[in-house]
Write a protein that binds this ligand. Sequence first.
Ligand code: PNS
Length: 164
Amino acid sequence: MTEILAIYPGSFDPTTNGHLDLIERGSQLFHRLIVAVLTNLEKNPLFTVAERVEMLREATRAIPNVSVDTFSGLLVDYARQKQAKALLRGIRAFTDYEYELQMALTNRKLSPDVETVFLMPALAYTYVSSRLVREIFQLGGSVTGMVPALVEERLHQKIYQGRT
Ligand code: PNS
């Protein structure tokens, strides 16, 4: 049987426990999973692409069939270059659906050979988003339980960096 490689694309600014949950589920479904960080992100990210990649690598170190990479430009071009058969995305709540449907159908129009596969994260993480994590952090709140411990540590380091 041919190996099925999937790509899990995103901004991952920062990685949440919801992302990790999805990576674990995806790693059990596909032979190989590449977590791909988009490099041409909005102007004011919290973490640099290098920091995000490093955190993702650390957080997924124990999963042998998962690797972390970056991409720019069209996702379908990157998928073609990697010979990926599937794109993995998570759907948390109904509010994600419209955006995800639009992306999946656009990607299908651009590249009919690559299929988008949606997975739901564990119920406990359905409310967690990178955007809210950034907001809570920037307003001085606790993000314990929403992000891996190593991401929380990095967030604390950012506060100290900001003070120097
Ligand atoms: O985690 P995010 O920010 O919701 O991820 C969005 C992402 C990176 C999957 C999406 O913006 C993307 O694929 N961008 C690459 C550009 C592209 O291919 N656009 C056309 C298809 S929608």
